[in-house]
Design a protein around this ligand. Structure first.
Ligand SMILES: *Cc1c(COP(=O)(O)O)cnc(C)c1O
Length: 372
């Protein structure tokens, strides 16, 4: 086993409880798309199910995996579902997203009619991300039509925010106003939901009936401002994931020696170089080369040279008694030192979201503190 991902489900549950308390009386729904942000879909969803009003995924396959695992919670598929998969979606009893007025909306109705059943729907409105959703101008008419279509059970209306990570953006208010104007004629029982984690924290007026939190559940902050505000209020989120590997070889090199492909790093002094058995195929971005850090024996050390497909290097010259087999922490704690997913993301020119979402599914995960 070259690497191991350890996930503390207790931390995820506590993060869910903190966020649920923050947003109440709005309901917390839990976003577990992208393999639960790399934390592992089924175990995470099982832990979150009792603590959230609904699980949100992007693809139908994710919803079907949850059903196959015996999870009976409400599940909202937020992304597109191919027409050929609609029957499977309805058999699984999942909630679908509708944002069009044409063929797809008709396909959904046709499947429901054939099965003699109604399909639960959330209408998506595009208020400024320009990704998926009805235009604001056409939304009232489309929503009225959805509400009157006997095969549809319109249970929700939602939008997604483009700039909720910063407090000084007026665009969030603008999007909220567009959403209100698009949905004002809807029945009060249709659930309105707009906020993801950042907005749920920074913009109380966006909480409406429910929020869709992803990143915060995993103890990763959506932005520095959200972290600062929560800390001010004494609310903490706990990182749930630790990513570790081991040293598989050590080399003592002379000053002037170079390490790795392209010879991008050279030893300014006699150095001890550790070889790691993971590379970009295991989720350590190539951009981590000569930039990221890792922890060995509670000491912070630099990643040196280019990341290979399946290997990488550390300069462990400063680590006393370093040995082959020593644990290497890429995300997590070792002694008093800690590296967060965001620290690694920043070193790689990206964000914590991308680092965890790209941790490959084939890396074994171990789970602690499961309560169910
Ligand atoms: C991913 C996603 C979320 C969750 O966002 P976080 O920033 O991770 O909380 C919410 N809503 C939609 C539509 C999403 O795609």
């Amino acid at each position: 086993m070259d690497a191991e991902i350890a996930v503390d489900l207790g931390a995820i549950v506590r993060n869910a409880e903190s966020l649920a308390a923050l947003v109440a009386p709005a309901r917390l729904t839990a976003v577990v798309k992208a393999n639960a942000y790399g934390h592992g879909l089924v175990p995470v969803a099982r832990a979150l199910a009792p603590h959230s009003a609904r699980l949100c995924v992007y693809e139908l396959d994710e919803a079907l995996a949850l059903r196959a695992a015996g999870i009976t919670s409400a599940i909202h598929v937020m992304g597109p579902v191919a027409a050929a998969e609609l029957a499977a979606a309805q058999t699984a009893g999942v909630q679908l997203t509708l944002w069009d007025r044409g063929g797809y909306a008709d396909d959904v109705a046709a499947i429901a009619r054939r099965r003699g059943d109604r399909v639960a729907l959330h209408a998506k409105i595009d208020t400024g991300v320009v990704r998926l959703g009805l235009d604001v101008a056409e939304a009232p008419e489309a929503l009225a039509r959805y509400a009157q279509t006997p095969e549809y059970e319109l249970i929700g209306a939602f939008t997604h925010l483009a700039a909720a990570e910063e407090i000084d953006s007026t665009f969030t208010r603008e999007q909220l106003a567009r959403f209100s104007s698009a949905t004002h004629a809807l029945d009060a029982h249709v659930e309105r939901h707009v906020a993801a984690t950042a907005a749920a924290i920074l913009w109380p007026e966006t909480r409406l009936d429910a929020v869709r939190c992803g990143i915060g559940l995993y103890g990763i902050w959506p932005s520095e401002q959200s972290e600062a505000l929560m800390r001010e209020r004494g609310l903490a989120l706990e990182p749930a994931l630790q990513w570790r590997t081991r040293i598989v070889a050590l080399h003592d090199v002379e000053a002037g020696a170079t390490v790795g492909y392209g010879r991008t790093w050279y030893a300014a002094r006699p150095s001890r170089i550790a070889t790691l058995p993971i590379g970009y195929a295991e989720g350590l971005p190539r951009s981590a080369g000569n930039s990221a850090q890792a922890l060995v024996r509670a000491t912070r050390v630099p990643v040196v040279g280019r990341i290979c497909m399946d290997m990488a290097f550390l300069d462990v010259t400063t680590v006393r008694d370093v040995a082959v087999g020593d644990a290497v922490t890429l995300i997590g704690r070792d002694g008093d030192e800690q590296i967060t997913a965001d620290d690694l993301g920043e070193a790689c020119g990206t964000i914590g979201y991308e680092i965890v979402a790209r941790l490959p599914a084939h890396v074994p995960r171990t789970y602690t503190n499961a309560t169910t």
